[in-house]
Design a protein around this ligand. Sequence first.
Ligand code: ZN
Length: 196
Amino acid sequence: MRNMPRPASDTVLLARAFDYASAHHSGQTRKGFAGAPYVDHVAEVAALLAENVEGVGAEVVAAALLHDTVEKSQASLAEIAELFGERVAGWVGELTDDESLPEEERRRRQVEAFKTASRPARLVKLADKTSNLAEVAASPPEGWAAQELADYVEWGADVAAHCRGLDERLEARFEEALKAARETADRLGTKAARSG
Ligand code: ZN
């Protein structure tokens, strides 16, 4: 894929972004859904944006497809800039956590970062949290304690709190996912308390 010209059309941009994400997440699996392929998640985030956000641009949908590549693979922002343009790379950069940090610090920084993130990055993040929370609601990760799940859900809610007021329909989808995830966390907590 190196030394390819800039995408000539939105169709090329999106097809290339899906190809790139699929190659870079190859072999990776999701937390829930019995280890379904990770690329399912980024495809879902892209579809959530495309189907819910009025007038969303192809570059934002491409950033959604690419949003986890730098964090979870050998992909670099320089390469993304080369293949997809500086704007897309900038948003992917905003959506990339520093994986070398301890989990708690990484989560705290993500909440901070989205207070001032760009509108496209906040839209992708809201769709990302929608996908993540719907996932743990439907299929809580194997081996997670009830408290671990509850903390994960509330962290998602804290980050999403800074991504509000951008799009009503996407926000409604997020609310549904958050409600379902809180119900699952409560159910697991009750079960743990009964058996504990
Ligand atoms: Zn993601």
